[in-house]
Each structure stands twice: as structure tokens, then as C-alpha cells.
Design a protein around this ligand. Structure first.
Ligand code: UTP
Length: 289
């Protein structure tokens, strides 16, 4: 029987250099989209997908993240006194999103290294997800749930979120070499991290959602530095190709790269336009620009 996927690793120890100077003191993951930090949107997606254990691989400079997800009795009491019950429920709903664990990555040695830091919290032969929160996805069905569904169809296979990108932009991503297209998903032959456009095996790039098997830790343990002198997650993904296999899905939904200025503003506009309270006023303001 296939075990349910219950744990998510959120690697959030990066420096966020594309967002300097803001990220000198504010973690990128705490920048606000609409009325919540980027990271909370990703945690909500995980929770809606059935994930119960939220594992943050963070850095000691990002304490505001711990504060944000911690219960705040003082704030709750104040909201009760002021009879702001809607706000109280909002704050309390955060504590119902799951159980939170925090691990420190002492130095940003790469995404592969950040994931490896969480190895002791994942069981033997266990499937888990990795969520890069700066990729926010607006979709009808949560993107992580879409990956879980493909994993079920493939008897517990590992699954990557894929997006077609213009060929000239493949150098920014991990790119798959697809073997076969099946019912809405691909089986994967191999992968390459940030290829030159002329050498890319396809324009199907891997974006911030991965459903992986714990076998990957054996590979990450021995992995050498790759592109950019960092331990890359993509370089270890090939170890998951054997039975039950590595698959990819072009998920339904719109992705915003909130680690970049353009993607961040686009996300704020789209989340604003899908918010009942402000959508019509925002639409007017945009028209008047
Ligand atoms: P990015 O490539 O976006 O790097 O990492 P970054 O440092 O956050 O941002 P820039 O490029 O300098 O602006 C993708 C995800 O992997 C995490 C990041 O925090 C981000 O969520 N990461 C990256 C780690 O946790 N540790 C690392 O060593 C590298």
C-alpha cells in the first residue's frame, strides 16, 4: 500500500540577493503578498494538500519566521478584549496549518544541501515534498496535491512540477529530458541543471515543487558541488529514476517567481485581483494608471 505524503521541507536559508536591500534584515519569505508573508501562502498550499509536518530549513538570521508561526497569547488576548473576533480567528487558523519544525543550515551551500539538512526527520523509504516558497502558485487544486495524485497513479513514484519556458530562458532552470508523455504527465529520462539553450534536452523546466523519495539522501550525502559552486538538488534527482520512477507534471495554475521584483509585483496584483474585498477598486486603479 502507498503511504500518504505527510511531510514537507521548506528550504528557506538562502540569502535572497535579488531582493537586496530589503532582504538585508527582512527574510525574503516574510515579504508580503496581499496580507500574508510569501511563506504562509506556501504553508497553506501544503496544508490543503494533506501535509501535516512543516519542516523549515532556515538560518539563524530569520527569527521572524519562527515568531510568525508561533502562537501569540498576548495578541490573542488583546484581540479578544477589543472584540476583534474575525482577526482572532484569522490568527488562530495559522496554528491549525500543521506542526512546525525548524532546522538551521549553517551556511547557504545550495538547495541540495538545505534538503539534506532535514534527512533525520524523514523516514526510510518515505515520500515527502520539497516546497520552494518563493514560487507561489495560484491554482484551483493545490499544486502539491496535483503532484501527490501523480505519485499515487505511478505507485509511489517521485514527481516534479514542470513548466514550459521559452528556450532562451532554460539556462535559469533545471530541465528534464522526457521519456514518455502519459495521461497528463511525463516519465523522465534524465535532467540537467541550467543548460545552455542549444544543449537543453527540452524546454520543460522544474519549478519549486518536488515530491521525492528518501532514497535521495544517500545521493545527496555524497554529492559534490555543482553549478555555481553549490550542492544542487537537480544533480541528485537522477537517483530516483529507477522503479517506481521519476515523473513530472505540467501543473494547472499560475506560478509567480516572488524571488524577483517583477514576479513579486505580478503576484501581488493577481492575489489582489482575486481578493473579494479589493478586486473591483484595484481593477479601477490599474485602469487609471
Ligand atoms: P534561490 O535560488 O532563490 O536563492 O533559492 P536565494 O538565496 O533565496 O535568492 P537569490 O537568488 O540570492 O535572490 C531557492 C530556495 O532555496 C533556498 C532559498 O531560501 C529559496 O527558498 N536555499 C537556497 C536554501 O535554503 N539554502 C541554500 O543554500 C540555497
Amino acid at each position: 500500500m502507498i503511504k500518504q505524503v505527510k511531510k514537507a521541507i521548506f528550504p528557506i536559508a538562502g540569502l535572497g540577493t535579488r531582493f537586496l536591500p530589503a532582504t538585508k534584515s527582512i527574510p525574503k519569505e516574510m515579504l508580503i503578498i496581499l496580507d500574508r508573508p510569501i511563506l504562509e501562502w506556501a504553508v497553506i498550499e501544503a496544508s490543503l494538500s494533506g501535509i501535516e509536518e512543516m519542516i523549515f530549513v532556515t538560518s539563524s538570521k530569520k527569527n521572524s519566521i519562527i515568531e510568525h508561526f508561533d502562537k501569540s497569547s498576548i495578541l490573542e488576548d488583546l484581540l479578544k478584549k477589543k472584540k476583534k473576533m474575525d482577526k482572532l480567528l484569522l490568527i488562530q487558523s495559522q496554528n491549525k496549518l500543521g506542526n512546525f519544525s525548524y532546522l538551521i543550515q549553517d551556511e547557504p551551500k545550495g538547495l541540495g544541501h538545505a534538503v539534506w539538512c532535514a534527512r533525520k526527520l524523514i523516514g526510510k523509504d518515505e515520500n515527502f515534498v520539497v516546497i520552494l516558497p518563493d514560487d507561489i502558485i495560484l491554482s484551483k487544486k493545490p499544486a502539491v496535491k496535483q503532484l501527490i495524485d501523480v505519485s499515487c497513479k505511478t505507485k509511489g513514484g517521485s514527481v516534479l512540477a514542470l513548466e514550459k519556458v521559452p528556450k532562451k530562458e532554460v539556462y535559469k532552470y533545471g530541465v528534464i529530458n522526457p521519456k514518455r508523455k502519459m495521461n497528463g504527465f511525463y516519465s523522465i529520462n534524465s535532467l540537467v541543471e541550467k543548460p545552455k539553450p542549444e544543449k537543453a534536452p527540452s524546454n520543460l523546466s522544474v519549478v519549486g515543487r518536488y515530491l521525492l523519495n528518501s532514497k535521495i539522501f544517500e545521493k545527496l550525502e555524497k554529492q559534490k558541488k555543482g553549478f555555481g559552486g553549490e550542492i544542487q538538488l537537480t544533480d541528485s534527482l537522477a537517483s530516483l529514476i529507477d522503479d517506481p520512477g521519476l515523473f513530472g507534471i505540467e501543473f494547472e495554475g499560475k506560478r509567480f517567481d516572488c524571488g524577483s521584483k517583477l514576479g513579486f509585483i505580478e503576484a501581488n496584483l493577481n492575489f489582489g485581483l482575486s481578493d473579494k474585498e479589493i478586486n473591483s477598486s484595484l481593477r479601477k486603479k490599474i485602469r487609471n494608471l
